[in-house]
Design a protein. Sequence first.
Length: 220
Amino acid sequence: MSVWKTLKEDIQAVFDRDPAARSTLEVVFTYSGLHAIWLHRLAHALYKRKFYFLARFISQFNRFLTGIEIHPGAKIGKGLFIDHGMGVVIGETCEIGDYVTIYQGVTLGGTGKEKGKRHPTIEDHVLISSGAKVLGAITIGHHSKVGAGSVVLKDVPPNSTVVGIPGRVVVQDGERVPHDLDHVNLPDPVADMLRRMEQEINKLKKEVEELKKGKDAHVH
């Protein structure tokens, strides 16, 4: 694919998915997500040719300019749309397919210091909502959606919706997936711990009161 055609598809992706986009001039000069993608394409080309320092320098300049950090080793397909992209982080071995949409605060990262493929693979037409974290060498299947604030640590099958911490599939192929967990009323482990502590304290108070009563009865 020619460079010009790739650039045109990147611009068209903005018009297809952002109703606020009014003109090509506005998109080219004011959309930081588009600037980040274009600078990454330059950095990635240098990275493939083993100009590692220059590639990293451009990626860091990209981060300074747009607030979006994309490692030059990441592979990005055509038509990626990064909307309100501040805080987006995309790791070195990440692979992103065609026509993917990413919102602000998304992390496509690793889970530690493992070698080799350690970042996610995002297949075509995936939508990743604000603040979601997709971690590890997992795959998000095509046409899937990741809910805002979700933390995804396992593979997601195609045509699915995943939400929660940790992320769980709630819809697949248009059908709701039954779960015991209510994603609206998520359990609060801190509140549960405090509740158990309160129960233990009340139990100890009761035992102390009973000991006092026994001691007083013995004295009298």
